[in-house]
Design a protein around this ligand. Structure first.
Ligand code: PMV
Length: 349
């Protein structure tokens, strides 16, 4: 049985050393997608979403308070962060400082094991790790729901990476404070379902259009968006039943239709947003062929050209081989369900 909640075995989140607080979080891949915000400032999604947290590509983030410094410093993968990524981290720290009633600046150091901005959920692992590390550094005692709500303010998908295994993010109700309070993720216990997710990295470069910009443009201009948002409710209900049954074929079919629907909303935006490349389509053809040949394999894609293929762990090697044959030159890695965000123990390297 998979163990998603390794947190009981680590020291509590309030531990802060003079080297700061370090947190580790993993990306998650949505099987029912979040796309579109009904409140841009509070980052409140239009739709509920459901994801699987992975056991690969962790983000490790340290937040160290630097009283007396002139301002925050943000280091991303060894280099000073610039532009929007830097601004988003500083805005997030401002929010944490406001909640904690504190004013000290901080030094934030982040390492991503996944290419940043390539549609591989680096913002999910990034803001989940930042939420956990910053809350600890500023002395905020938050439970998982509150941490999830906080992580959402960085990136809605980050609310789900607070939890291991499968997680459901509620779009919430109402507006303003009511929406903020009711939009958070929670774990979906699925003890007996432990699929593999073969990640096909067809292009690890940063995407041309950020998901933030693309989803705003889609909501504003795509005539298909309302229909997809509505059908997503049915997809979520069906998905929960399929997960309960541990039915890989049903989970895969629902995830695939939900992802294609999301990309259809983008293709119908004016002008279109197209993340899927020829290599993406080649991998999708390979997945279809696998199914025709009797291997259950189902694809999902996010705001980028990379494809994640859901399959049985025993079929992962065959799926990886098919993906490589379809898109030579891409890199392939098999993920399983992974743990929730946590503070790193003092004696860990
Ligand atoms: O939370 P963001 O801004 O990284 O948006 C994520 C959107 C998708 O990855 C396309 C879907 C999802 O639910 O993760």
């Amino acid at each position: 049985m998979p163990t998603d909640h390794a947190r009981e075995t680590v020291e509590p989140r309030h531990g802060v050393t003079d080297r700061g607080s370090t947190a580790v979080a993993h990306p998650n891949i949505a099987l029912i997608k979040y796309w579109g915000k009904r409140d841009e400032e509070l980052i409140i999604p239009y739709v509920d979403s459901l994801s699987m947290t992975l056991d690969v590509f962790p983000t490790t983030t340290t937040v160290r308070l630097t009283p007396g410094a002139g301002g925050d410093t943000v280091t991303l993968d060894g280099a000073p962060a610039q532009g929007e990524p830097r601004q988003r981290v500083i805005a997030f720290l401002d929010l944490v400082r406001e909640l904690a009633g504190r004013a000290e600046p901080a030094a934030v150091t982040t390492r991503n094991a996944v290419p940043t901005g390539a549609g591989l959920a680096s913002s999910a692992s990034g803001f989940a790790a930042l939420a956990v590390a910053a809350a600890a550094a500023y002395g905020l005692a938050l439970d998982d729901t509150a941490l999830s709500r906080l992580a959402r303010r960085g990136s809605a998908s980050a609310s789900r990476s607070i939890f291991g295994g499968f997680a459901l993010c509620h779009a919430g109700q109402g507006v303003g404070a009511a929406a903020d309070h009711s939009s958070y993720a929670e774990p979906v216990p699925v003890p007996d379902f432990d699929p593999a997710l073969v990640v096909a990295l067809v292009n690890a470069g940063p995407k041309a259009v950020s998901s933030r910009t693309a989803m705003r443009h889609t909501v504003e201009t795509s005539p298909l968006y309302p229909a997809w948002a509505m059908s997503s409710k049915g997809d979520l209900a069906d998905m929960r039943e399929a997960l309960d049954r541990g039915d890989l074929d049903a989970v895969g079919e629902i995830a695939e239709r939900n992802a294609f629907g999301m990309h259809a909303t983008m293709l119908a935006a004016r002008p279109a947003v197209r993340y899927l490349s020829p290599a993406t389509v080649a991998v999708l053809d390979g997945v279809l062929q696998l199914r025709r040949d009797g291997t259950p394999a189902y694809a999902t894609m996010d705001a980028g050209p990379n494809v994640k293929v859901l399959c049985r762990p025993a079929d992962a090697a065959q799926v990886a081989e098919t993906v490589l044959a379809a898109a030579p030159g891409c890199s392939v890695l098999t993920a399983r369900r992974g743990p929730g965000a946590r503070l790193r123990m003092r004696n860990e390297p």
